[in-house]
Design a protein around this ligand. Sequence first.
Ligand code: UD1
Ligand code: UDP
Length: 368
Amino acid sequence: MIDAICVAGARPNLIKIKPVIDQLEALGAKTTFVHAGQHYDDSLSGVILDDLGLRQPDLSLRVGSGTHAEQTARVMVAFEPIVSELRPDVVVVVGDVNSTVGCALVAAKSGAFVAHVEAGLRSGDWAMPEEVNRVVTDRVSDDLFAPSADAVANLQAEGCRTDQIHLVGNVMVDSLLANLDRAIGRDTLARLGLRAGHYALVTLHRPANVDDVGVLARLIEVLGSLAEDIRVVFPLHPRTRTKLEGLAVPAAVMLIEPCGYLDFVALEHGAALVLTDSGGVQEETTVLGVPCLTLRDNTERPITVTEGTNQVVGRSPERILLAARDVLANGWPKRSPALWDGKASVRIADILVGVPEGRLRPSDHRAR
Ligand code: UD1
Ligand code: UDP
């Protein structure tokens, strides 16, 4: 039976790794859960683990915050001895954060098989740190678990072998569907004085939106205008909170702490509209059938536009307001992509565990 190291380091990746760990274990695999500690605040990590029912990490790298080089390097230095000692058959990494690429690089040189969950997503925007992480992680991975057909096409176009690419669906959706009833059974809306269908939910944390105070100030102004039409609730990512200091935020925009996972899903489910730059939120709103405006110039998740409820509206205040008012007045069709059915992790575990004897041996790995 296989021995797997499963890595996560930041909020969204805890949510993505949980169903993969569960399904690997259901098939008898031994898993070691490594938390890189890129996110360490209770609101971004501890509460998320609790809400998911994800056990405390078996090993914590505690890398903390830093520049890209500092953070990625700390991940690599801390992860290398773990891989050397445990000699896993496979290292499973998820998503596109610095912890993902750091661990994938270490694993690739260790002789372990590397599996990337959420492979093949491309924004085409090389200014996004995550785009660099996506391309590098996919290049050094053996198994590429793609959430959608566009991701498969990207991997094929980059020359990945057909036998490496597996269209499995979306693990973020596995967690969403597994927790939806518990989330909407909570008193989240009542606690915040909100009524389902009568508020807009906002999240912003991309450097392109929040690091430049001028850009952020314009977005806040848009939210202030929107708040004249509908209540606006905005859980603040710590990156954004720091940048907001010194900016005047209209009183009608309700700023709150980052939510736990269940409270956030409850807020998404009850929202009339979501405005975001988050990757995971684009996906979750698609499955929930809640209209989503993505305040970016591109998305690595185009399927949420072509087969979901997402519109990429950029950062122009006029365009954002026009789109928001249009959606609020006219609604938006509900659709959901194929294989976003809550079973992506089952397919991943079947492929990783149900492989012919010897597939995961380093000799095979080196032959790629
Ligand atoms: C990271 C990921 C991003 C992902 C996001 C999910 C990279 C390059 N970025 O962005 O892809 O969408 O996580 O939320 O990997 N901070 C705290 N407490 C924490 C963690 C961070 O206060 O627990 C603050 C620190 O000031 C830190 C800043 O937030 O410098 C940014 O954190 P970092 O992990 O570097 O990037 P994110 O913006 O969170
Ligand atoms: N999320 C959460 N609390 C919040 C905001 C988001 O639990 O206050 C969850 C959300 O449901 C989704 C994930 O975090 O599952 C998205 O993570 P984030 O936006 O931080 O990162 P991205 O997906 O952009 O990488």
